[in-house]
Write a protein that binds this ligand. Structure first.
Ligand SMILES: C[S@@+](CC[C@H](N)C(=O)[O-])C[C@H]1O[C@@H](n2cnc3c(N)ncnc32)[C@H](O)[C@@H]1O
Length: 254
């Protein structure tokens, strides 16, 4: 994985045709070729619809955070190639600030953790909005992992240009790579997820996390925004649900 000092040109370019083919093959294995091809055509039609000026204007609805903090984390300003890659991996969409702070508050209430002992990890960190928001808490350090080099580059620019009087953590890093293969640090961890993977990727990541927890038992909390694949966490013998609403779920190790 490339660390925060790498340039976009040094990061591996993600192949569009390879991503589409893997996506189609995964679907074809589960549902058959005809159904997979139909789904492919449907998502491509939806992609074209989503590219109209009207839809683009709607995506600017999430830009308040950017105006307030002079950063670029909106999904509106994402190029067509990255949006199309998002169809086959997971579309970039930043977490809303109000909801993020609600999740952090819920974690504090349910777990009463000392943030300074924890690393905050966002797998699928996009342009880095959660990394900036998490820096309002006194985490020991903050790490984001993003698959798409362009989004990772924007995250790096956001991290270096960000100034906030409420900032308490300054050790922030964006890594470019496949988060399903992320080697978890052996530290107490707050893991943030906003649907970065399809189910197969989610299962690989949870298997990595379980292996890491068995090797180094420690406190790990998972904040799962819009938990569409919550059953995957629910099946883990090492994670227990400790809170949540219809918008998010909070899980804890042990
Ligand atoms: C819904 S967005 C969440 C962005 C950010 N976590 C937030 O909450 O503001 C999901 C992100 O996961 C990224 N992603 C998809 N597959 C990934 C993978 N295998 N490894 C790392 N990032 C991935 C996408 O490019 C996208 O930026």
């Amino acid at each position: 994985m490339d660390g925060s000092n790498s340039s976009a040109s040094a990061s591996p370019r993600i192949s569009l045709s390879g991503s589409a083919l893997r996506w189609w093959r995964g679907l074809a294995a589960r549902e058959g070729r005809v159904s997979a091809t139909r789904r492919l055509l449907n998502v491509l039609v939806e992609f074209v619809r989503d590219s109209t000026p009207e839809r683009r204007r709607q995506r600017y609805g999430d830009a308040d955070y950017d105006w307030d903090h002079r950063v670029n984390t909106t999904s509106a300003a994402v190029g067509w190639r990255d949006r199309l890659l998002g169809v086959f991996h997971s579309p970039y969409q930043p977490t809303e600030s109000v909801l993020f702070h609600e999740m952090i508050r819920a974690l504090g209430e349910h777990a009463r953790i000392d943030f300074s002992e924890f690393v905050f990890v966002d797998l699928g960190s996009g342009k880095g909005r959660t990394l900036l928001m998490a820096s309002d808490c006194p985490f020991r350090r903050i790490v984001g992992v993003e698959l798409l080099p362009t989004l990772h580059e924007t995250a790096k620019q956001n991290l270096s240009g960000y100034h906030s009087e409420s900032q308490k953590c300054f050790a922030i890093e964006s890594i470019c790579g496949d988060a399903t293969e992320f080697p978890f640090p052996d530290e107490p961890t707050v893991l943030f997820l906003f649907n970065p993977f399809p189910e197969s990727g989610m299962r690989s990541m949870i298997a990595n996390l379980e292996q890491s927890l068995r090797a180094h038992p420690r406190a790990v909390y998972v904040l799962y925004h819009n938990p569409l694949l919550e059953h995957v966490l629910g099946e883990s013998a090492l994670l227990k649900k400790i809170g949540g609403t219809h918008q998010y779920a909070v899980y804890a190790s042990g």
